[in-house]
Write a protein that binds this ligand. Structure first.
Ligand code: FES
Length: 138
């Protein structure tokens, strides 16, 4: 039995098939009423995310702590700016990540805050890989 729409909205886990998401693309899904970005990162984005000196980050966190081991190409983050809660735009800004036009916060391809007033990185929701091409969020 699958949960009905009301149950899903209330917080049931959701499963997402990653197969249709091409490299370099992002999709947005909703979980518990929150926008979740799923990014299929390019090699360049992964290298950029891994190559940043942690000391230069306002909220230092290695890329490896924000993705699942063996699945570096997938970034899953809650698309709510940690400044005042706007929804950032994917693939915008100076860091090949996310840009929040409300007050100019810029996040990198790991969803880490790099510039602007937001105090923290985009949050990573609880999720797991069920297979190489399917995740469950929640
Ligand atoms: S809410 Fe994103 S920069 Fe202010």
């Amino acid at each position: 039995m699958n949960p009905d729409a009301a149950t899903i909205a209330a917080g049931a886990p959701i499963q997402v098939d990653l197969t249709p998401i091409a490299e370099g693309q992002d999709i947005k899904v909703f979980w518990r009423g929150k926008p979740i970005y799923i990014s299929h990162r390019t090699k360049k984005q992964i290298q950029e995310a891994q190559g940043v000196a942690l000391s230069s980050l306002p909220d230092p966190q290695p890329d490896s702590a924000r993705v699942k081991a063996g699945h570096d190409q997938w970034l899953v983050v809650i698309g709510i700016c940690t400044h005042l809660g706007c929804i950032p735009i994917a693939h915008e800004g100076n860091y090949d990540g996310f840009f929040c036009p409300c007050h100019g916060s810029q996040y990198d391809s790991s969803g880490r805050i790099r510039q602007g007033p937001a105090p923290a990185n985009l949050a990573v929701p609880p999720y797991a890989f069920l297979t190489d091409t399917k995740i469950q969020i929640g």
